[in-house]
Design a protein around this ligand. Structure first.
Ligand code: PLP
Length: 399
């Protein structure tokens, strides 16, 4: 028996691999600082946990509707209206086992061989692999630090062909934290309005983690003419610190939602009933803590951006949101470590950081734009300061 061709087109998630490596090193007693993980460092709020516990006690422990309970669909409808001024009916809402599952369902349910998906780079690691698994063709468009990691309208125009089925927009972005303003989204929307065969996968997973009074908007909201062909995807993982509960959701066209549900009915069935009940509480009860968390992240962003920009050879743009920075490290390429190893790639550099500074970051190559690295600052100020100092010392030791 051999793995299938579809499986051979993909690779294991490189970010999850770094997390596993950090856990391994810590178990061996190594004092390693993990800045690789893509999850908030704080606990799921108590009122959400309580809702989960109550769901167990109330016997909400059985199968539910395939693509979500009516209660959670209504909570998601309320969320889209409250936060994004988007109106959806129940048959336009899908609930999935995490945001990654939403992406998977959407791509597998719609792509045929040769269909193209425009993916701005750097990108979240799962976009290309899920597209490849679904037999589609990722079309990458480089949006580097010099353009604040944002796709420009003319680049989008140039990337669209008659085979383009989707364009993926992720704002705020994993791995860069860059977020599109209302005007930037409108400009991209103007291009998409000229290409009615192209659908938009709007990944808003980091919606609530934005800084400096940045106004979050999503494309179906600012370009109502694109509403019919936009899948607005979001989830509980990042905003509500619920990565382990596995709840993602999306709003979109009824036929697409039905197609995704058909696939889900023959794969995972419904998302966890208990997690769905807890997500109702997350989405409908007090949202006040979201701003407190964002303020906390903003302080950490300022800390790490400042420390990284003090290093000759590193340029770190200031992101609008999420909890990642994506410093560009071209000034370090070609340097030599104290052990005599030449840093030829960003993978060499993060390997050096892990071995010598005991700091784990993820190489830019994993996200399709090099030389750079992704640092997740979802950790305490103290740990972040120590990590910054270690990176500074490691860079100072390069010749
Ligand atoms: N979208 C983006 C941009 C992400 O970074 C992630 C997680 O890292 C997800 C979606 C999916 O999150 P989950 O599957 O944990 O809900």
């Amino acid at each position: 028996m051999q793995p299938s061709a579809a499986l051979n087109r993909i690779k294991p998630s490189p970010t999850l691999a770094i997390t596993s490596r950090v856990i391994e090193l810590k178990a061996q007693g190594v004092d390693v600082i993990g800045l690789g993980a893509g999850e908030p460092d704080f606990d799921t709020p108590d009122f959400i946990k309580e809702a989960g516990i109550k769901a167990i006690r109330d016997g909400k422990t059985k199968y539910t509707n395939v693509d979500g309970t009516p209660e959670l669909k209504d909570a998601v409808i309320l969320k889209f209206k409250r936060d994004n001024d988007l109106t959806y009916a129940r048959n336009q809402i899908t609930i999935n086992a995490g945001g990654k599952h939403t992406l998977f369902n959407a791509m597998v349910a719609t792509l045929d061989a040769g269909d193209e998906v425009v993916i701005p780079a750097p990108y979240w690691v799962s976009y290309p692999d899920v597209v490849l698994f679904a037999n589609g063709t990722p079309v990458f468009v480089a949006a580097g630090a010099e353009q604040n990691y944002k796709l420009r309208p003319e680049q989008l125009e140039a990337a669209i062909t008659p085979r383009t089925k989707w364009v993926i927009l992720n704002s705020p972005s994993n791995p860069t934290g860059a977020a599109y303003s209302r005007d930037e989204l409108k400009a991209l929307g103007a291009v998409l309005e000229r290409h009615p065969h192209v659908w938009i996968f709007a990944d808003d997973m980091y919606e609530h983690i934005v800084f400096d009074d940045f106004e979050f908007t999503t494309i179906a909201q600012v370009c109502p003419s694109l509403y019919e062909r936009t899948l607005t995807a979001n989830g509980c993982s990042k905003a509500y610190a619920m990565t382990g509960w596995r709840i993602g959701f999306a709003g979109g066209a009824p036929w697409l939602i039905k197609a995704m549900s058909k696939l889900q009915s023959q794969s995972t069935s419904n998302p966890c009933s208990i997690a769905q009940a807890a997500s109702v509480a997350a989405l409908t009860e007090d949202q006040g803590f979201l701003k407190d968390h964002a303020a906390l992240f903003q302080g950490r962003r300022d800390l790490i951006v400042a420390m990284l920009n003090q290093i000759p050879g590193i340029t770190c743009p200031t992101p609008e949101g999420a909890f990642y920075v994506y410093p560009e490290i071209s000034g370090l390429i070609g340097k030599t470590t104290p052990n005599g190893q030449v840093i030829a790639t960003d993978e060499d550099f993060v390997g050096y950081l892990l071995d010598d500074a005991k700091v784990a970051a993820v190489q830019g190559a994993a996200f399709g734009l090099s030389p750079a690295m992704r640092i997740s600052y979802a950790t305490s100020d103290t740990v972040l300061r120590e990590a910054g100092a270690r990176i500074q010392a490691a860079c100072a030791a390069l010749r």
